[in-house]
Design a protein around this ligand. Sequence first.
Ligand code: FES
Ligand SMILES: [Fe+2]
Length: 433
Amino acid sequence: MFDGTPDEISGLVEPGRVHRRVYTDPDIFELEMSRIFGRTWIFVGHDSQVPNPGDYITTEIGRQPVILIRHSDGNSHVLLNRCAHRGPKVCNEPCGNAKALTCLYHGWTYDTDGSLIDVSMPEGAAKDFDKTQFSLASVAQTGRYRGFIFANLAEGGPSFDDFLGPMKANIDDLVDRAPDGEILLDAGMHRYFFRGNWKLQVENVLDSYHVPYSHASTVNKKGEQFSRREGDKEGAKVIDDKKTDKTADVWKGRRSFVVNFGHGWTSNTELNEKGRSSPAYDAYKDALAAKVGRERMEEILTPEFHNSLLYPNTSIMGLNIHIRVIRPVAVDLTEVTVYPVRLKGAPDSMNFGNIRLLNVTHSAASFVQTDDLESFRRTQLGLRSEQSDWIDISRGMGEEKADGHYNATTESAMHEMVIRAQYDAWRQYMCDA
Ligand code: FES
Ligand SMILES: [Fe+2]
């Protein structure tokens, strides 16, 4: 029996290694749902997914179902998706538009801000029945930044501002690319499940070590990956050349960065910025320059970030732009949602190019993500073995350095500092009973 005492939790994370049970033990998974997902800031959705009154999306924070909905006054609300009468989920579609939300069981009807507006057969209600006491519950806290909406199921803890901290720069980096200063998550999504623990995908988004080997099938004879951005003729140089199969120096030169709360990012992928051109990309640059001026346009389009992770479960990819949300379902089952990003004010051809490239890299049948999903699946299978209790995450230990820019800590992106930082955050959340 696992009680989750600080001693038990601390015994699972040692310098440079973690116990396999953190990926396989259902008791630990349940504790993660309450101690991490139950009390930190979790990305729920984006303004552009609910632009009009009555628009809603549904999702889950940990195990708890929630609705993000736009009210008639223009404000959005994050409500617990549970009828205040006897408990059914009130909203059962992934997204839609509703004038009001009616529970299927006895027909109680809620306004789009969660307040109870109608009870069927009200003459039967208790004498002192007070409708204002039976609203759909709101989450304890919400936080908003440039269209991104986060919720926290618990009161207290670090403020949203402190939680986001330097990661604001990662959101700015993406949103500033839109000529109108807004992004749109309105181009559908890729959604799939893999049979593995949620942390495997979280660790992977900042793992540059696996790329030359896992994704070798995506590079040409010169060791360059196929193009992943509009206007690029080819992608990053990953391998020196196919004959030697040695990791390319430019790839080895990439950096990782970590800040508080397990957040982090990897540095820019070196590409031929001067040669980046296509009719769609050139028209986009003109549209951006028309809004912000040439100088600022050049600044915005000088790449700084590759992938970012807002721990525990949201990633922003800056190369073939998208937002990725990793939702734990069971200890060995995880849902991944990949939202293509449209840049508001960019030519349709540019936005279309971004979406098309994402089909190639991160759909369920893509060239890149399928390699990773197979690694996660095989990891989950391999960890059934009791040959050893430990998983090694020690690459580059002791080589971490302070980085003044964002008050971050930096290390080679080929090493495993980011995973160790994630486990530092994990242990802090989990130990705090
Ligand atoms: S349980 Fe929802 S109306 Fe009765
Ligand atoms: Fe990968």
